[in-house]
Structure formats: structure tokens, C-alpha cells
Design a protein. Structure first.
Length: 702
């Protein structure tokens, strides 16, 4: 067995979970306690122990990023040419594994190979079109998309909703949109993420022999981030698993309360549904210092309906958690940027070791400006992936029409890209014909061009477009590179792109050029903005939701104010407030060594400046584990605050030059401390940043 699998490299609790095989296992794992490490080691341990018996195991998690990390860790842990051993392994997300099953068993459920997968952006584009067509408020599309996804992940069809809800407690318009959405998806031969799970469940329920074959094939099932699985995903696991299942999760890190099964904790439900479940706890954190663990536990322990655990670390207590309160968000942002620059100049941390977290994307604007002023490289994680850029969406829409001509969303996107002078009136006639006949837009265009509904000039334009689509779709059995070349040679689309977009296309061709077109389209559709990863030598900026699964030596949590953390829309019920507390806990436990928490009295949110109060969660934090620093006085009624001392008059201003007897001339970066114990941070060009006690430094002002 390879050194990576030696059980003495793991904790005793992890080793016990790896060895135990007598019944289902529920691993309750705290933040940074090695649940992903446990799963990958169990996979590799069983595989190396008996490859004939454990050659086919199912390992699933929630995101592509987490699945990629799991696959890499397993490959590293398996003996004998890891890459070839993992070829064809069932390691991935729920969605990718269900898609794989559907592609293999399509004949059993009556779907065709050329179905397209709609990501959340495609789903929203379709819903916006439906709302607009039904003369409903189009701006509600995101909320409607979320509701439809909740219904589908709960396995609630429109018919079941009709029979379950009455008009007094259910929005009839929402149901009509759901019905129309399902009809459109069926007409286009398209599936969204939730459909991948639902169709697989239907496949298993209608074909017991198919289900039995997969139950026999999957000798063991491993599930990471189990606490955030949906009802449909849980049913998928229940159908496949016997006693051969290990799930690992942490109810303190559940972020999507809409995924919960009513009010019941999913970990508790697993214990009820799987007889003789073995409960094991991972409580030793390999990530955080004890101070960070103590502070984060003091917050999360106030939540109700959670499984209690006591996290501990054998790392040193570490630096105290720092909380800074500023009068304005600009001051907060400048402090964060200056502190990052100091940490970098001292040489202890690189920029990629540092993350800035916030509750809403609006907060990043001021922070980005401050980082630019300090010339600090950064990347906003989760804002967009290569495949979600506008120009890439144009290309991918053309590629999807090669694969499936009935894809209405893609056809609407490219029919005038580049401009083909097809008017809005013409498009309306096509839409009306498609709706009247219950057919796709492509088929409606074919029918109208064969009749007398359009003038000769319009027929010519549409005929040219149909010829293009027919020619492209006849070449669907090609590689990605060949498909892109087809689009480039038969349209003027690529000619209109700028250099950056052309470079993006070249990167796609370099990465995936030899991949079959259908495989590439499935991969792209299952890629989300949450799969974005941090760059080398860049500070990472992201929301608290997007940081899940990551860790950084240094973490700044910005906007620790009531209205942001917790969010103002999530303070009315205990359940909402519990989720906000879990979100805050998640952010805190991403920090390995140093955790900064900042807030500001004045902040611009939603086009106006607002007076903010310190977060109510600060009341839960023990003062002896946290360093409270107030750059300016805060309101007397602010939680956990003592009246500030009289302002200290500092002898140096930031930016002034001083001379040190040993290190020469430097620049003051910060001046702080008590009246009799003032400290300064000085940047000396030849030796770097130094923190000095002023009364011993012998500095001379220049």
C-alpha cells in the first residue's frame, strides 16, 4: 500500500471509518476535520484491497470543483498508474453521474441521445421568455427559476402541485409558468440539472432490472457534503444503496434551507432510513487554529436543531481573531488593502494565500478599488467562467444547434448573431406558429417558409438560416475543434470577435479540441460559476456562498453588520437566522491562521448610503479570543463594545518618511496603540516592513 494510505497518517476517527464495513456509516465531520480526505482514502483503501470486488464504486459530491479535487486525491492515493486506474471511474457530481446513466440507458426511458442540458443561465433565459410572453413581470425570473428548481428537486410535478395546493395558499400564475416551462423543455428535447436526477429516478422506477444492475455494479457508495443533498438526490442514493454506503457531512455547514426535508435534519433522516447506521464523529480540525475554532464555535453553538460536536486542534492557539469597526466602507476597504500589502511585503504570505469574503456582490466594488490603488492583483471568484462570457455563449449556442436543431433558447440567441436583418415582427410570427402547433422554432420556420406566410425576401433570409443549420447539424459526429471550424467557415460570427475572444476560443480548442462535440456540450452545461478557482498570486474575492470547499491561511470577512451578516431579508424567522449564522460560521472556518472581521458605520447599498449597526452575531463571541479595534467611535448601544478611550495623538502620519539608525530611510505605513505604548509599521525599501515600538525605535522624522 502506498505511503499516502498509511492509516497512521490519519486520525483515529478517520481510521475507524475506513475499517468499518458492517453497516451504513454516517460521518459527522466538523469544518476542516478531513471528511474529503476520509472519503478519498476509503475509496483508495477498498480499491487497493480488492480491485475485483471494489473495481466499481460510486463517489459523489455537489460541485464539479469538489469532484475534481476528489478525483485528484484518489488518483494520488491509488497505486500503479493512477490515471489509467481512474479512467471510467464513477467519481463526480450527482448531475454528471446521472447524465452518464441516462446516456447509457436512454432507450429504456424513451429519450434521444441529442438532448441538450440547460444550465441555470439557459433556464433563466427560457423563463424570462415565458414570463414576457405571458405578460408577467419579467424581472421576477430568478425567483421563479428558484421555485421551479425547488419543485423539481422535491419531485413535485405540476400535476401533483395542482392536487396538493389550493388557490388560497399557492400562486396560480407560478403553476402556469411551471407547466409552460415543462412543455417547452419537452418540445426542445432539453433537460435541466434537476431533470437529470428526476429522469434517472424514473428510469430506475420503471425498469427494476436496470436499477438492479447498478445496485450490483456499485460495490460501495461514498457521498461528500451530504448535508446539502436535495430530496431527489437523497432518493437516488436510497434506491442504489444497501449497507454499502458512507455519507459525510456537517449540519453546521448547510447553506440551502430550501433543500432541507421540511424541518427535519437530513442527517437524522439518514439514521432513520438506514437501519443500524454507525455514527462516527470527526472533531479534530486540521485546518484552523484553536482561537479561530473557539470564536466560530461560539457563534454556531447558538443554532438550534444541530448535532452537537466539540472541535479541537493540536495547532497552537494562534493569533487572536481581529475585529475592526470603521466609520465608512471606504476606510474599511483601504484598511483591508493596506493590511494585505503589509502581509505580502513581510514575506510570510503570498497574495494567493489571502481571501476577502462578503455577503453580497455589491460590497466588492469599493474593495476592488482599494486593491487597485495598492496595486494588489485580485480575482473575483464566481463572477463568470470562460464558458459564460457573452461571446462564448454565442459560439456554444451555434454548437448546440449542431447537436439539436430544436433547442429554442440557442436558436433565439443566434438567429440575429451576427445581424441577419430578421425583424421582431418576423420573430413574433415564428413564435406564434410554434406555440399554436406545439412545435420547436426550427420546425415553425420550416413550415412557414413552405407556406405563404412570409414575403419572398423574408423567406430568402430565413431559408439561408435554415440551410446553415441543416448543414451544421448534419456534422454532429465531429470533434469540438472541427465543429468550431465549421461555425467559423460558414458564418461571419468569428470574424466579428476581438482579440480577447479569439484567445478564449483558442484556449477552449487547446483544452478540449479532441473531445467529441456531444461530450463537450455536456461538460460545458454542467459547469457552473461555482467551479471557478483561485488564480496563482492573486487575492481571491468572493461571496460567503462561493467559498464553500476552500481554505486560505488569511481570511478577511467584510461587512460584519446587521443587514448584511445577517442579511436583512433573513432575520424574520429562526430558520432564516440560523442559516445566516451557518453562513458566517462557514466563512470563519475557511481561515487557517489569521481571521479578520471588519464592518463600517456608513455603507452604500442599493443606490443609497445607509447607517449600519455591528452584527448581532458579535454578541456571541468571547472577548478573550478576539481583538476589538475601533478606528472611530461607534454608537453607545452597539453590542459587545466598551466606551472608546480618548483619541491618541500619533506623532507620525501615514506616508511620512523617517530614518532608522540601522535600516535607513523608510515610509510610515501605520501608527497605532495606546498613549504610552505607540507602535509604528514602517516600510524600509532594503529590509521590508518592520513593526516597531516607538519608544525604542529611535526614529528621526525627515
Amino acid at each position: 500500500m502506498s505511503e499516502n494510505l498509511a492509516l497512521d497518517k490519519l486520525s483515529g476517527q478517520q481510521s475507524a471509518a475506513i475499517d468499518y464495513m458492517d453497516s451504513p456509516i454516517l460521518v459527522l465531520a466538523g469544518a476542516g476535520c478531513g471528511k474529503t480526505q476520509l472519503i478519498t482514502h476509503k475509496f483508495a483503501h477498498l480499491y487497493n484491497k480488492n480491485r475485483e470486488k471494489y473495481g466499481s464504486m460510486l463517489a459523489v459530491t455537489l460541485t464539479n470543483k469538489a469532484a475534481g479535487e476528489m478525483r485528484d486525491r484518489i488518483a494520488f492515493a491509488i497505486d500503479d498508474d493512477p490515471q489509467s486506474n481512474l479512467k471510467g471511474a464513477w467519481v463526480g457530481t450527482f448531475y454528471s453521474q446521472c447524465n452518464r446513466i441516462l446516456l447509457k440507458e436512454k432507450a429504456s426511458i424513451g429519450i434521444t441521445t441529442d438532448y441538450v442540458i440547460y444550465d441555470s443561465e439557459d433556464q433563466c433565459r427560457l423563463i424570462r421568455h415565458i414570463l414576457n410572453d405571458m405578460k408577467l413581470y419579467e424581472a421576477l425570473y430568478k425567483g421563479v427559476a428558484g421555485k421551479i428548481s425547488y419543485f423539481k428537486s422535491s419531485l413535485l410535478t405540476p400535476e401533483e402541485l395542482l392536487s396538493t395546493y389550493n388557490n388560497f395558499d399557492f400562486d396560480e400564475k407560478l403553476l402556469k409558468v411551471y407547466v409552460r416551462y415543462q412543455d417547452e423543455m419537452k418540445r426542445m428535447n432539453a433537460l435541466d440539472y434537476d431533470d437529470l436526477i428526476a429522469y434517472t429516478l424514473r428510469l430506475f422506477e420503471e425498469n427494476p432490472d436496470v436499477l438492479d444492475s447498478y445496485r450490483q455494479m456499485f460495490s460501495y457508495i461514498l457521498v461528500d457534503e451530504f448535508q446539502d443533498t436535495t430530496y431527489a438526490q437523497y432518493q437516488f442514493l436510497k434506491l442504489l444503496a444497501r449497507d454499502n454506503i458512507l455519507v459525510a457531512g456537517d449540519d453546521d455547514q448547510t447553506l440551502y434551507k430550501s433543500r432541507d426535508f421540511e424541518t427535519e435534519n437530513i442527517l437524522t433522516k439518514f439514521e432513520k432510513d438506514f437501519a443500524n447506521t454507525k455514527l462516527l464523529r470527526l472533531e479534530q480540525s486540521f485546518r484552523c487554529t484553536q482561537n479561530i475554532l473557539t470564536v466560530s464555535d461560539s457563534v454556531i453553538s447558538k443554532n438550534s436543531h444541530r448535532k452537537h460536536k466539540i472541535l479541537w486542534s493540536d495547532k497552537i492557539a494562534g493569533e487572536k481573531v481581529c475585529h475592526y469597526w470603521f466609520m465608512a466602507e471606504e476606510d474599511e476597504a483601504k484598511y483591508i488593502a493596506k493590511n494585505i500589502k503589509d502581509l505580502y511585503l513581510k514575506g510570510n504570505y503570498s497574495y494567493s494565500d489571502i481571501a476577502i469574503l462578503y455577503r453580497v456582490n455589491l460590497q466588492s466594488r469599493v474593495i476592488e478599488e482599494a486593491l487597485k490603488n495598492e496595486r494588489i492583483p485580485f480575482k473575483v471568484i464566481g463572477s463568470s467562467t470562460l464558458y459564460h462570457k457573452r461571446q462564448m455563449k454565442d459560439l456554444i449556442s451555434y454548437l448546440r444547434l449542431i447537436w439539436n436543431r430544436d433547442d429554442n433558447v440557442s436558436l433565439r440567441w443566434v438567429i440575429n448573431q451576427p445581424n441577419k436583418a430578421i425583424t421582431a415582427n418576423t420573430l413574433n410570427k415564428i413564435e406564434n406558429e410554434a406555440k399554436k402547433e406545439g412545435i420547436s422554432l426550427y420546425k415553425a420556420i420550416v413550415k412557414l417558409c413552405a407556406g405563404k406566410g412570409f414575403s419572398a425576401s423574408i423567406k430568402e433570409k430565413l431559408g439561408t438560416f435554415l440551410t446553415l443549420i441543416d448543414m451544421l447539424s448534419a456534422k454532429k459526429e465531429v470533434t469540438l475543434s472541427e465543429a468550431i471550424k465549421l461555425v467559423g467557415s460558414h458564418t461571419s460570427y468569428i470574424e466579428s470577435l476581438d482579440e480577447n475572444s479569439l484567445n478564449d476560443i483558442s484556449e477552449i480548442m487547446y483544452r478540449s479540441g479532441n473531445m467529441a462535440l456531444g461530450e463537450f456540450l455536456s461538460t460545458v452545461s454542467l459547469t457552473t460559476t461555482n467551479d471557478d478557482t483561485r488564480c496563482m498570486n492573486c487575492v481571491s474575492l468572493m461571496t460567503l456562498y462561493n467559498v464553500k470547499g476552500m481554505e486560505f491561511p488569511v481570511v478577511f470577512i467584510s461587512g460584519l453588520e446587521d443587514g448584511l451578516i445577517p442579511y436583512f431579508k433573513a432575520t424574520e424567522t429562526t430558520e432564516d437566522l440560523d442559516e445566516e449564522r451557518r453562513l458566517f460560521y462557514l466563512g470563519m472556518t475557511r481561515a487557517k491562521d489569521i481571521l479578520f472581521m471588519t464592518g463600517a458605520r456608513k455603507r452604500r447599498l442599493y443606490a443609497k448610503f445607509q447607517d449600519q449597526e455591528p452584527s448581532r452575531f458579535l454578541k456571541d463571541i468571547p472577548k478573550d479570543c478576539c481583538l476589538w479595534i475601533e478606528k472611530n467611535a461607534i454608537p453607545a448601544n452597539a453590542a459587545t463594545r466598551t466606551p472608546p478611550p480618548p483619541p491618541v495623538e500619533f506623532p507620525y502620519n501615514t506616508g511620512c518618511r523617517v530614518k532608522h539608525p540601522k535600516w535607513g530611510i523608510g515610509v510610515i505605513r501605520d501608527c497605532y496603540g495606546e498613549q504610552n505604548d505607540i507602535k509604528v509599521t514602517v516600510n524600509f525599501p532594503n529590509v521590508g516592513v518592520k513593526r516597531l515600538a516607538l519608544k525604542y525605535a529611535n526614529l528621526e522624522k525627515i
